[in-house]
Design a protein around this ligand. Structure first.
Ligand code: HEC
Length: 442
């Protein structure tokens, strides 16, 4: 465990969190309470029970996803259960009175474990998944670090007895970073995020994008079986709302709010909200009239980290338009026309550095810039796409941002504690190289 210092937070700082267990605890072990559900008494903070879903978690699977409590009849007995579909791909039904496992089955493709041992409650791990110990090879995991289901809330409908999961097939290449040294700024995972960089061939990029899938899955928690699934255009879709009128509402990454028949999965309604959606809709009533309200807007780790993958089926960035939208039967309001996306000119300057410098720049970028500006310097449209930035043609302008931190109050801090001025110049060379590749393949 690490101790937070003033000014540090869990994600950014030299204390971790290391994804690689060999860095956290070279002796191995489960790392209690990593990726665990812990029950405590709210009045006293007293510990009651815990259940560790992913012992020694090295894939950022975590157990922080939405938990749903209900009473289910399982094997003829009424059980007080806790249900969770964490990032690791298994749907868990626990006895919430004592934390014991009732059942756990994969709700999407999983390759890091072959199942959950019903007696011990522990995953039956695939030894290949331990990329801390595989001699530096890349391990392609399913699900990946963004989960078979990320933070977007799922929904349970007691009427249908089904749980509706915003699920995705989104693998992740885990590779130990051989030269890892923690930095004061940036994410200190101990993995080489350069493994995320796609080949530049647009056909290969499109083919990889086509393997990324998103679904709304209706799951029966008693039989641990899928009842239906509705496909989306891609991964990273919105949280879910289910109503007693047997509807399921979910926004999607490509800019629609959809309503489905909760029993069959048939799509009954779809509205173009002009932005990718990640939040769940809510429903409420006033003066006898029912409304559905959505905080519409796009963002999060997927478009930030793997911008190239998060592009839509046409290879375009999914827009963000942050707005609160409210719907009702008989509503007549119309959205103003959608903004027209215009391609910025891509006009990279001449390269000033040699291949060795560009390689140093790439390594530094993959340690400290990739999590916001995107793998391969391809942004998903949330933080600026540095290939298009005027600052790459002008060392003074670049340094004013990256060294002097002139955009700090906009979320772009100075990285001078992490890198020498030479390394910061090497990052600029790397981004120019990436911009030149993009200009050629346009
Ligand atoms: C935590 C997220 C985050 C990280 C990590 C990050 N940036 Fe940024 N960066 C931003 C945001 C947000 C902006 C836009 C600020 C604004 O609105 O002006 C930005 C803007 C910039 C700009 C100005 C672009 C322009 O044309 O306005 C440059 C240059 C830049 N970043 C370089 C880097 C480099 C180099 C690294 C790694 C050493 C890095 N950034 C790491 C979030 C980040």
């Amino acid at each position: 465990m690490f101790v937070l210092q003033p000014g540090q937070n869990r994600s950014f700082g030299p204390t971790g969190p290391y994804w690689r267990r060999s860095l956290r605890s070279p002796g191995g072990g489960d790392n209690l309470f990593v990726a665990s559900i812990v029950a405590i008494r709210p009045d006293t903070g007293e510990y009651v029970w815990h259940y560790q879903e992913t012992p020694g978690d090295q894939w950022d699977y975590t157990a922080t996803n939405h938990m749903i409590l209900s009473d289910l009849t399982i094997g003829g007995k009424k059980r007080k259960v806790l249900m969770q579909a964490p990032k690791n791909g298994f749907f868990y039904v626990l006895d919430r009175t004592n934390g014991k496992l009732i059942s756990a089955e994969p709700y999407i493709k999983v390759n890091w474990a072959s199942g959950i041992d019903k007696k011990t409650g522990r995953p039956i791990m695939n030894p290949e998944a331990d990329y801390s110990k595989n001699g530096g090879k890349t391990w392609m995991a399913m699900p990946g670090a963004l989960g078979a289901h990320d933070w977007m809330p799922m929904a349970y409908n007691p009427g249908t007895g089904l749980v509706y999961i915003p699920a995705q097939e989104l693998g992740f290449p885990y590779k130990a970073d051989a030269n890892f040294k923690p930095k004061t700024h940036g994410i200190n995972l101990g993995v080489d995020l350069g493994a995320l960089n796609l080949p530049d061939d647009p056909k290969i990029q499109a083919a990889v994008r086509a393997t990324v899938k998103g679904y709304l899955i209706a799951w029966d928690p008693v039989t641990q079986k899928e009842v239906w699934r509705a496909p989306h255009d891609g991964a990273w879709n919105g949280g879910v709302l289910s109503t007693s009128g047997n509807l399921v509402f979910q926004g999607d990454g490509s800019g629609k709010l959809n309503a489905y028949n909760a029993k069959t999965g048939q799509r009954l309604w779809s509205y173009p909200v002009q932005t990718g959606v990640v939040a769940p809709p809510v429903t409420w009533a006033k003066d006898g009239k029912q409304y559905v309200t959505l905080v519409a807007g796009w963002g999060g780790a997927y478009p930030l980290l793997v911008g190239g993958l998060s592009l839509d089926a046409r290879g375009k960035k999914i827009p963000n338009k942050s707005r609160v939208l409210t719907f009702a039967l008989g509503g007549t309001a119309k959205l103003p026309a959608a903004d027209v996306a215009t391609d910025m000119p891509l006009d990279p300057p001449a390269q000033f550095a040699n291949a060795a410098t560009i390689a140093i720049g790439q390594q530094a970028y993959d340690r400290s810039c990739v999590a916001c500006h995107g793998s391969g310097a391809i942004s998903g449209g949330i933080a600026p796409d540095l290939r298009y930035s005027g600052t790459i043609a002008d060392q003074t302008a670049w340094n004013s941002v990256v060294i002097d931190g002139v955009l700090s109050d906009q979320g772009m801090i100075s990285f001078k504690e992490n890198f020498t001025p030479k390394e910061i110049e090497a990052i600029r060379a790397y981004v120019i190289a990436r911009a030149q590749v993009a200009a050629k393949t346009k």
